[in-house]
Design a protein around this ligand. Sequence first.
Ligand code: COA
Length: 161
Amino acid sequence: MSNKALYSGSFDPMTNGHLDIIERSSKMFDELIVGVIVNPNKNALFTKEERVAMIEEVTSHLPNVRVECFQGLLADYVNENNFDAVVRGLRATTDFEYEIQMAQMNARLFNDGIESVFLMTSPRYSFISSSMIKEVVSLGGCVKGLVPEIILNRIKEKYAK
Ligand code: COA
């Protein structure tokens, strides 16, 4: 039986920290869907179409990874599309409290048998977030190695406008 997992987030934009989780979890599941969500609490730099296109480009070497968009309750999307697991990356102990709350709420909402699976983010990327990357680039700082090169160029293009 094949198994299918969801790795969701705003990905505004995707960083090497996200890519690290995608590459590692794509080895654990037959199919991994990267689910791009528009978080209404965040002021996005990229449209969801731009985010999907960038993720597709940087994950093109992973044949079992697909990128999709969804909105609304994550648990509804997971239940309706027969996922087996939801993958989350933990960057630091500060993520743990929020993640456990979310996982426990989701556990109530998920159909039977769907699990939240946590991977520790590589220490190389444990301090980054999409917002921090955007802030540093917008102020002319160097984020080399923290985001894929093509994404770095797109961020620079946005701020150059
Ligand atoms: N490497 C680098 N950065 C990482 C990372 C990693 N491995 N994992 C997370 N981050 C960063 C993200 O880029 C993000 O940065 P930002 O705040 O600057 O945008 C930050 O850490 C938080 O990430 P995350 O918790 O994944 O937030 P998100 O907005 O990307 O996604 C959802 C959150 C989509 C998973 C969550 O809001 C959700 O499920 N929403 C749907 C509505 C719902 O069902 N709500 C009820 C939940 S119980």
